[in-house]
Write a protein of this length. Structure first.
Length: 325
């Protein structure tokens, strides 16, 4: 690898793994590694896991000059202090000063944020949102996360807690979300929510979704969003109905977003982005019914550039964004 003075380490911390990569100023991931995470041990054992990943990628490339380290962690996170507060799938850390710990260990500028905001920032800098003034980013997967960027900088609000669009309620009488509110878009459009609706419908009319049940090994309770995607590709009518319904629900939500923000582009990432991108035309066609903005149809939908590597790219983007301020 050629020597570079503009290389950053991006670290993606999850409940079972830590992924780390070298990212240049153009958003290219030069190399990456993956090590285990001990999420249920002590705070210092978890820190050791993170340092192991950072050291592994650094040792492999002694020729580069690292300018900073960015880390993303499951939320809630305080980006202003670099504190990991109390994420449910990282019980090892409670009000843990992760940024300070890494900064002191490596004597490098260090930034910590949550995954959706960081991934959105990477898209604004180098991905599908590059070149747009205002971007709304949504990640659809096991949850629904969002980010708002303006001039390739995150909008975080007064305390750093802004941009939680996944917890906008679209039905105050709806299912109770893990956040405590009712009817959040996450309870409709996350992978588990789509699967739950399909399971309920299959329990009433399994014959129409026969292929879905077959793909789930004959067990309705084993149906997932991935099962639906495969059945839809094979032409199953109930799978088509469920995904169409999900697209229409997303149109309600995006209509609210457009009326509030009027972004220049809507970028969709996450594990379900490949599937839902096939429904962008449907969502766009429904948008005028859910937005008072007469020009809402001019706002493009785009699939995110970074997929599995959004965490590494996003973490590094935290450093680049600060460097550009």
């Amino acid at each position: 690898m050629a020597q570079s003075a503009d290389v950053y380490i991006g670290v993606d911390i999850g409940g079972t793994k830590v992924a780390a990569g070298l990212v240049n100023q153009q958003g290219k991931i030069l190399d990456k590694t993956r090590t285990p995470m001990q999420a249920r041990g002590t705070a210092e054992e978890a820190l050791w896991c993170v340092r192991t990943a950072i050291d592994a990628i650094s040792v492999e490339h002694p020729e580069v000059k690292v300018r900073g380290i960015g880390l993303i962690s499951p939320g809630p996170v305080d980006p202003q202090t670099g504190m990991v507060l109390n994420p449910s799938n990282l019980p090892c850390w409670h009000n843990y000063p992760l940024a300070d710990k890494i900064r002191k260990a490596y004597d490098l500028p260090t930034h910590v944020h949550n995954d959706a905001n960081a991934a959105g920032l990477a898209e604004a800098l180098w991905g599908a949102g590059a070149g747009y003034k205002c971007m709304f980013y949504a990640t659809l997967g096991t949850g629904v996360g969002t980010a708002i960027t303006y001039n390739a900088q995150l909008y975080l609000g007064r305390t750093g807690a802004a941009g939680e669009g996944g917890h906008m309620s679209i039905d105050y009488r709806g299912v109770r979300c893990r956040c405590g509110k009712a009817g959040c878009i996450e309870t409709f459009a996350a992978g588990w929510a789509i699967a739950a609706r399909a399971q309920e419908k299959l329990a009433r009319e399994a014959t129409r979704g026969q292929r879905i049940v077959e793909l789930a090994g004959g067990k309705i309770e084993k149906v997932t969003s991935e099962t639906l995607a495969k059945a839809w590709e094979e032409g199953d009518p109930l799978a088509t109905e469920m995904l169409r319904e999900t697209a229409d629900i997303l149109a309600v939500w995006f209509g609210n977003v457009v009326d509030l923000l009027e972004p220049d582009v809507i970028v969709v990432g996450g594990g379900l982005s490949g599937l839902m991108s096939k429904w962008f035309d449907r969502i766009a066609s429904q948008l005028p019914f859910w937005s008072v903005n007469a020009r809402c149809g001019e706002i493009p939908f785009a699939e995110a550039k970074y997929r599995a590597d959004s965490g590494i790219a996003g973490a590094a983007a935290l450093c680049i964004s600060r460097a550009l301020l």
